[in-house]
Design a protein around this ligand. Structure first.
Ligand SMILES: NCc1[nH]cc(CCC(=O)O)c1CC(=O)O
Length: 323
């Protein structure tokens, strides 16, 4: 028997693109039709300004409310924007295979990080990116910027997004953005260097999506729950579980200067993390591994590495709640 799955999405170009990808994959994994349900949020009404001031909490909350009110059956989140705390009555039923985890430099004139001249202006709104940029290149000027992907690209001299901020066109030499978002939006042509994780550790969960549904639906034996199980990628689930477990144990949010990346390597799950002072003067970087099987081992790995970092003074580098 066929059913139509209602997939909730925010209205932004990035959200619609990634939600459509997920909806099509789910539909083809089961015998499912789908429809996209546009969820309007307070943040969208205010033209994204809330997201710029207060993070993405309002968007996540609106999608979760729509799930709980039965206005949609699944919701798709960028995992790095999802708080680590569990949501009552909901669960992440699938982590689709992760795409490129790296941060990307988009610079004028094809320049890479090493090629930017001293004093070059590099835009980012992320304390994690700012700190690691300053550590790699203390001679650059890091500029705090906001806005969606095309607005940010429009700030780079010689690059023109459709929504260039008036009066600020081309005032920067480069911006740093997630490669995953650029790929999903078809903007990879703007990338001049994919930053190696040895220079710039990505945000926990970067490049990954989370497909959330009602816990009752995940437990029921339906075409939808089978499609979600089929769609879940085990390597991605293990990696992001370890990264987010670390973030939760540090009691840090998505705006803390903390990077983390896990991957299966030689039969193990290897987790690497960095905690930075916001000025990039001090970086505490550690790695640890665990057996590559089981969510429990991944959770434990994140906790152990976080405790290692705390023992080494992570809480003195940057304010962490509860430390
Ligand atoms: N915080 C914004 C955000 N949330 C998810 C992505 C896209 C990349 C991803 O899914 O990790 C972006 C843009 C960016 O950081 O450049």
């Amino acid at each position: 028997m066929s059913m139509n799955v209602r997939v909730g999405t925010r209205g932004s170009a990035l959200a619609v693109t990634q939600t459509t990808t997920v909806a099509e994959a789910l539909a083809s994994a089961g015998t499912l039709g789908y429809e996209l349900v546009r969820i309007r949020t307070e943040g969208d009404v205010l033209k994204g300004s809330l997201a710029q001031i207060g993070g993405t909490g309002v968007f996540v909350a609106a999608l979760r409310e729509a799930l709980l009110d039965d206005r949609c059956d699944v919701a798709v989140h960028s995992l790095k924007d999802l708080p680590t705390g569990a949501a009552e009555g909901l669960e992440i039923a699938a982590y689709p295979q992760r795409v490129d985890v790296r941060d990307a430099l988009c610079a004028r004139d094809g320049l890479d990080l090493a090629g930017l001249p001293a004093g070059a202006k590099v835009g980012t709104g992320s304390p994690r990116r700012a700190a690691q940029l300053r550590a790699a290149r203390p001679d650059l000027e890091v500029i705090d910027i906001r806005g969606n992907v095309d607005t940010r690209l429009g700030r780079v001299r010689g690059m023109h997004g459709p929504e260039v901020v008036e009066g600020k066109k081309g005032d920067l030499d480069a911006v740093v953005l997630a490669a995953a978002g650029l790929k999903r939006l078809g903007r990879t042509g703007t990338i001049t260097e994919l930053l190696d994780p040895s220079v710039m550790l990505p945000a926990p969960g970067q490049g990954a999506l989370a497909v959330e549904c009602r816990s009752a639906d995940a437990a029921a034996e339906t075409v939808l729950s089978a499609a979600l199980r089929e769609y879940d990628d085990e390597s991605t689930r293990l990696a992001v579980t370890a990264e987010r477990s670390l973030l939760a144990r540090l009691e840090a949010g998505c705006s803390a200067p903390i990077g983390a990346l896990a991957a299966r390597q030689d039969g193990k799950l290897v987790l690497e993390a960095v905690v930075c002072s916001p000025d990039g003067q001090r970086l505490l970087r550690r790695r640890m591994d665990a057996p590559a099987e089981g969510t429990g081992a991944a959770l434990d790995l994140g906790v152990r590495l976080a405790e290692d970092l705390l023992a080494e003074g992570a809480a003195e580098l940057t304010p962490l709640a509860g430390h």
